[in-house]
Design a protein around this ligand. Structure first.
Ligand code: GLN
Length: 557
């Protein structure tokens, strides 16, 4: 028997950045806690076909799923909050939908008919949503952007038609709005919400639930007013005030009656949810008994969203030890001009140093200085992707004596390195056969993307963290460790503690005689959850807490 899926469409009014993604993810988490299964999907009105090529400066990080889909960062929230893994059907952009339609048109699939937004684009949108049919009790579908925008109209029409075909009783429309507080009159205003609901009505959709974002709890009077003007039951107007932590949102929404309103809309009953773990996570996050400082050395330091999953994973690592993590972003380019004394000053008091993923040569010499400092001063070091590649380069240059060691990724800026420790691997074997890459394919087309297996060597830090031999982690990179140098670096003391099952790809390196130096070719930050910190993040933060505590001890006389 297939599951009957009920659809919850999440739209936004008034303005963007109200937290639709977080609200959808939080509702999904509460529904799970009430015993239901969920899937999540995001439909994005922008035209980019490949979110993988969008700038992290503008758009935040690129999130990667197991199947190698590069997507919007909201999918990270979905996975972190629910543990439900996304795939190629989780995120669709207008660009992707048009691309499908245009290639069908080129193939002659439309038999020369006029190709139009209605029905062709809307049909394609409905097909995207149907990918989730039968997979879970609830399919939550978030529509990016703000209702009323030119860009999102086809999606709104698509979900309207979807509800007509699917049956309105199987669908719920949840609209997020904003009620501003006007200081000089001391009032919370409901008019933008009234208008937002009307804007949706003009497009043939009546909101079943309105979630009203505001600075503080929405006063009862205003809630009643919104209910009256929108024709909704008061129980369906949910106040969602700003929260001091995203981890409190599931509990807050539950306490404001959101899941109850959803279930009563669908005439479903279920036991009350046990949200103890969310409460614990929220409380520890807001009032941690202790904190640790971690220095993240990167080039996108001015935009927090560029390292969304990384920041979250560090927080999770801290939560596992009831510790708050204070992330100190260090601009890698600035480090390049620092003297040794200035570097020491910059990292004074830090518990650990992390170099995250990146593309291109900018700031890499600064990152290498950070790795060197961490290695020599025995500060816990965690390298991720680029952070692993540069750890290998640093080790080659300063320990193995390979002067001029580098990565061929930087050839254009730095010239061909004397020792290409990191280079392009043009062919390798997977369970599916051999995969080939070269520099002439489309931008993004040459990456090793998605989940790959890795075997961990007994007796090393990675194996100790994972407590198992075989793991799978997500990748997003073009370059690899160059095996020509494996013996040389190994003789000099670098340990290859994680390899692809056939032994050809280096996935993890470690350094002996160091409290915690682990660098990985993959992106563990895509698989961490608030109540289930990724083992490497948990161990790195643990080592950092220890290091910070040792440093804080007054030196013995
Ligand atoms: N630029 C490097 C590569 O392509 C590292 C990528 C990353 O850190 N995500 O291999």
């Amino acid at each position: 028997m297939t599951t009957q899926t009920r659809y919850i469409f999440v739209t936004g009014g008034v303005m963007s950045s109200l937290g639709k993604g977080l609200t959808a993810a939080s509702l999904a988490a509460v529904l799970q806690a009430r015993g239901f299964s969920v899937t999540l999907q995001k439909l994005d009105p922008y035209l980019n076909v490949d979110p993988g090529t969008m700038s992290p400066f503008q758009h935040g990080e690129v999130y990667v799923t197991d199947d190698g889909t590069e997507t919007d960062l909201d999918l990270g929230h979905y996975e972190r909050f629910t543990g439900v893994q996304g795939d190629e059907h989780t995120n669709y952009t207008t660009g992707q939908i048009y691309q499908k339609i245009l290639s069908k048109e080129r193939r002659g699939d439309y038999l020369g008919a006029t190709v139009q937004v209605v029905p062709h684009v809307t049909n394609e949108i409905k097909d995207c949503i149907r990918q989730h049919e039968g997979k879970a009790d609830f399919a939550l579908v978030e529509i990016g952007g703000t209702v009323g925008d030119i860009e999102s109209d086809a999606f709104i029409e698509g979900i309207r038609q979807f509800a007509m075909e699917e049956g309105w009783k199987n669908c719920l429309f949840m609209h997020l709005t904003y009620a501003p507080y006007i200081k000089c009159v001391g009032e919370v205003k409901t008019k933008p919400t009234q208008h937002a609901v009307q804007t949706l009505l003009q497009r043939g959709l009546r909101a079943d639930i309105v979630v009203v974002r505001s600075d503080d709890d929405l006063p009862e009077n205003e809630r009643r007013k919104i209910a009256m003007f929108t024709g909704l039951d008061e129980k369906c107007v949910i106040s969602c005030p700003d929260s001091d932590s995203i981890y409190r949102v599931p509990v807050n929404l539950h306490e404001h009656g959101l899941d109850e309103a959803v279930l009563s809309h669908f005439k479903l009953e279920a036991p009350q949810p046990d949200l103890t773990n969310w409460k614990e996570v929220g409380d520890t996050y807001v009032n941690p008994p202790q904190t640790v400082r971690i220095s993240v050395v990167g080039k996108y330091v001015q935009l927090g969203d560029a390292y969304k999953s990384l920041n979250e994973s560090l927080v999770h690592g801290g939560l596992a030890h009831r510790t708050g993590v204070e992330i100190d972003f260090v601009d890698s380019e600035a480090l390049e001009n620092y003297t040794d004394e200035e570097i020491a000053l910059r990292f004074e008091g830090t518990g650990g140093i992390l170099v995250p993923g990146a593309f291109g040569s900018r700031g890499t010499e600064g990152k290498i200085k950070a790795v060197k400092y961490a290695r020599e001063h025995k500060i816990p070091y965690f390298g991720i992707c680029m952070g692993m590649q540069l750890a290998c380069v640093e080790f080659a240059r300063h320990v193995a004596g390979l002067e001029g060691a580098g990565s061929t990724e930087f050839n254009e800026d730095f010239g061909v390195p004397a020792h290409p420790i990191i280079g392009l691997m043009t062919e390798w074997q997977t369970e599916k056969g051999s995969e080939v890459r070269d520099e002439t394919t489309d931008l993004g087309g040459t990456m090793r993307l998605g989940a790959y297996p890795c075997t961990l060597k007994e007796g090393y830090l990675a194996r100790e963290a994972y407590e198992q031999e075989n793991i799978s982690e997500r990748h997003r990179h073009r370059y690899e460790f160059n095996n020509t140098y494996r013996d040389q670096l190994s003789d000099a003391g670098l340990t290859f503690s994680g390899l692809s099952p056939d032994g050809t790809l280096v996935e993890i390196v470690e350094i002996k005689d160091h409290p915690w130096f682990v660098a990985v070719q993959f992106h563990p930050e895509f698989k961490s959850q608030p109540h289930k910190a990724h083992p490497l993040f948990a161990k790195f933060v643990e080592a950092s807490i220890q290091h910070q505590a040792e440093k804080a001890q007054p030196k013995a006389a």
